[in-house]
Design a protein around this ligand. Sequence first.
Ligand code: PLP
Length: 386
Amino acid sequence: MQDPVYLDNAATTPLDPRVLEAMLPHLGANRGNPSSIHARGTAARGSIEEARASVAALLGASPAEIFFTGGGTEADCLAVLGLARAAGPDRRHLVVSDVEHAAVRESARGLESEGFEITWLGVDGQGLVDVDEFAAALRADTALAAVMWANNEVGTVQPVRELAAECARRGVPFHSDAVQAAGREHIDAGQTEVSTLAISGHKLYGPQGVGALYVREGTPIAPILFGGGQEEGLRSGTENVAGIAGLGGAAGLAREELDRRIHHEAELRDRLIEGLLALPDVGLNGHPERRLSNNVHVSVRGVGAESLVLVLDALGFAIGSGSACSSGGDRPSRLLLALGKDEQDALSAARITVGKDNTTQEVDGFVEAFAQAVERLREVSPLYAN
Ligand code: PLP
């Protein structure tokens, strides 16, 4: 069977063969522990520091501000728990947007049981946080504010620079989850006054299970893992050298190819949006302009998201069901409900996310298959009257 056309790059991107090349030397018999002082150890240490410099360059940071983690989830947890716990006993309040990834949301909820109070910040119908509302939510005792750079479901890009500037002015640490944005948006931590930024290898053509947290120099942050004191004591545990080398390689390629990727993806995205919105009763979710270069998210009246994904899979196209954002299931997306969509729309959403290697022909083929799938499903749908 032919490989399906892959249009689910927000879930995970394919591993770039050039990245795999960078990882292979660390997966064989000659690997070393970066804490060892012999030649194998120092070679591994060298690869880690090379990767650190590469990730720093992608984010406009200095290498000393980059800490490797076991993925985007861990980077988010470290930021939220670490910043809040380091803020001191007089700061027990958090401001967190309603549209955060579960890694941020559930970490914040965990802090509630430690006595923190949370202000949950709503978004408008297109998924945007309001800067004035955000500013009004900050308090003298706010330990941390968190708003993601770009949303993983509908792709809305937040006004992070303004939000971070407000926090810097008020002396409040600010975390932004840039897992979906890194490699798709120009990120300059030096110019944007964020305290921390989370990224993940497998969303930018790197390996799964590795990520990084940018921590602005001088930001108080407490570790959440304890042990041998690796990563300056912030993330103990023998480093995932192959993964880190892969993340470094992926970051280097993303930096080199960023403008080309954004341009190519945005062209495909817009072609898709035009094709899909030409179908009856298909509506775009998220922001029409402030959206990730690769994200198309639609609600398809009368069609269950999971059935649509499975029919398209059979037709040779892999997409995401817009309602099952974590581990599957047919509950309506809490994000779409937060955007004010009704349950019907929230249950009938599809996320199509293109990547750097998709082609115009693939996208055109997809639009045809999508129309076919929707027609078939509507014919048998008790929910669709036309
Ligand atoms: N944050 C966002 C916005 C994501 O999309 C994801 C992954 O889906 C994560 C965090 C978690 O990253 P990881 O899969 O590397 O744990």
